[in-house]
Design a protein around this ligand. Structure first.
Ligand code: MG
Ligand code: MG
Length: 272
């Protein structure tokens, strides 16, 4: 059953999403060669609690940490460890926070120092595909329209679109109905209505779409060992249109990046 949110609930969810956005912005300034996932994890847990929220992933399905940290060939659900990041790595950081009873959940793939041009392109295409998907999250469209847009965009670049892991509805539960796959057919699936809130999160591989899982029961990797990227936003359907609740603006502020990519998806302006 899809749980539709009231305007008041959507504003609470914006608060939850922004705790995550600010956390990712804080981490953006810390991610460099020599830093470890466990160091980021400790920073994130303190930061989230200092902002009146609780880590959303810690203890969820027995996950041991605050962040999912998935470098290079890891797709998602990596467990933070003490291996230092190296120049040229990419690191996918997925973060959840629970505030006022609602979850925020979003993710960004960070370059560590200078990365290879083909890896940079993977990041750019994956992030662009997220917006291709968000653009289809509007009144009267269906889950398949978002799914098709992401799949079509990424496959046109020759990338593998992960099938086994999907986006999701978001609210008082981290994972609500409907599932939001990154592949599918136009016009299929659940119809979008005002008040829906979803996490859209393309997981895109440079090579094969096939994945495998480590024996830790969590870490998902590409089957061919090539890199994978993951970008995730929380989006509400308001006045028939997508309204971004999360933002990468704190990341861009930390990294000195000038971007207006979110402007078309924001009815309420964001103040940093
Ligand atoms: Mg996430
Ligand atoms: Mg998610």
């Amino acid at each position: 059953m899809i749980l539709v949110k009231t305007a008041e609930e959507i504003e609470l969810m914006r608060e939850s999403a922004l705790v995550v956005s600010k956390t990712l912005g804080m981490l953006a300034a810390e991610i460099k060669p020599g830093v470890t996932g466990l160091q980021l994890d400790a920073l994130a847990e303190t930061f989230i609690r200092d902002h009146g929220a609780e880590p959303g992933f810690l203890g969820m399905y027995d996950f041991p940490n605050t962040l999912n940290i998935s470098p290079n060939a890891q797709v998602v659900h990596g467990i933070p460890n003490d291996t230092p990041f190296e120049e040229g790595d990419i690191v996918s950081v997925d973060c959840g926070a629970l505030k006022n009873g609602f979850y925020g959940d979003h993710a960004y793939t960070f370059p560590v120092g200078e990365i290879a041009p083909e890896t940079q392109k993977l990041l750019e295409v994956t992030k662009a595909s997220l917006y291709e998907g968000i653009r289809e999250f509007r009144l009267g469209n269906r889950v398949g329209d978002v799914a098709y847009a992401i799949q079509h965009y990424c496959e046109a670049h020759g990338y593998g679109v992960v099938r086994e892991l999907v986006g999701h509805g978001l609210g008082r539960d981290l994972h609500e109905s409907p599932e939001m796959p990154n592949y599918g057919k136009r016009g299929r699936g659940k119809k979008f209505v005002d008040g829906m809130v979803v996490a859209i999160e393309p997981m895109i591989n440079m090579g094969t779409k096939r994945i495998r899982q480590l024996r830790d029961g969590w870490t998902i990797l590409t089957a061919d060992g090539k890199p994978s990227a993951h970008f995730e936003h929380d989006v509400a359907l308001v006045n028939g249109k997508p309204e971004l609740l999360s933002t990468f603006a704190y990341i861009y502020q930390a990294l000195g990046i000038d971007s207006d990519e979110e402007a078309e998806f924001r009815q309420t302006p964001i103040t940093l």
